[in-house]
Design a protein around this ligand. Structure first.
Ligand code: MG
Length: 213
């Protein structure tokens, strides 16, 4: 089974995080667009995904201990905008009643790789939260980012790259460049779409080694 070159609008795929050849999380999403310069994915409120916890069942924010996956439910509607090859995605979050667009969210992460059932990536701890009108922003989870470096999960060089990537995105949003000038904040999902579910085989790593991060 090979990875398709492009997903179709409305198809359900899985976005996984993979750490050292083990699935760290898996989220079902619906494809909004899959183009060379921008992939857009939708995760609605109520979508059931797989979240990591310690073997004892406690919350785990970084892969610093052995983990297992448990069911979790996505709290609000989210769009994920991915520029292929980039060390970040730009996300949009709507309130849980689906009426109010309340923030842009820059997630620093490993570039998305195409996988047989969707895409694989891995969170890189640092984030940026941006006001809906793009006038205010702040770094988020800097303590977790420091901890990831202290634990050797993110190298010092990689941390500098990620900080620089975040700074580039901030320049883009302040200049209202893509994807911040494309009207995504007024996008609405097709009401015919069902809440996406994880496809069979979401937990299989098809190409050992390739997913190692
Ligand atoms: Mg993050």
């Amino acid at each position: 089974m090979g990875s398709p070159s492009r997903w179709k609008i409305g198809e359900q795929i899985v976005l996984r995080e993979v750490w050292r050849r083990k699935v760290w999380s898996a989220r079902p999403l619906t494809v909004v667009q899959d183009q060379e310069d921008l992939v857009v994915l939708f995760m609605p409120k109520g979508a059931k995904w797989k979240a990591p916890v310690t073997l004892g069942g406690e919350e785990l924010r970084l892969p610093r201990a052995k983990w297992r996956l448990v069911d979790a439910w996505h709290p609000h509607d989210s769009l994920v905008l991915v520029r292929p090859g980039a060390d970040h995605s730009v996300r949009l979050h709507w309130s849980s009643d689906r009426r109010e667009f309340f923030e842009w969210y820059i997630n620093l992460e490993m570039p998305h790789k195409r996988a047989p059932l969707g895409f694989d990536s891995m969170d890189q701890a640092l984030d940026i939260v941006v006001s809906p009108d793009l006038t205010e922003w702040h770094w988020k989870d800097e303590d977790e980012f420091e901890e990831a470096q202290a634990l050797g999960l993110i190298s010092e060089d990689r941390a500098q790259e990620l900080r620089a990537e975040g700074e580039r995105v901030i320049e883009h949003l302040m200049a209202r460049k893509q994807p911040f000038n494309q009207g995504w904040e007024s996008w609405r999902p097709d009401p015919e779409w069902a809440v996406p579910e994880l496809p069979e085989g979401w937990d299989i790593l098809h190409e050992p080694g390739r997913n190692q991060q």
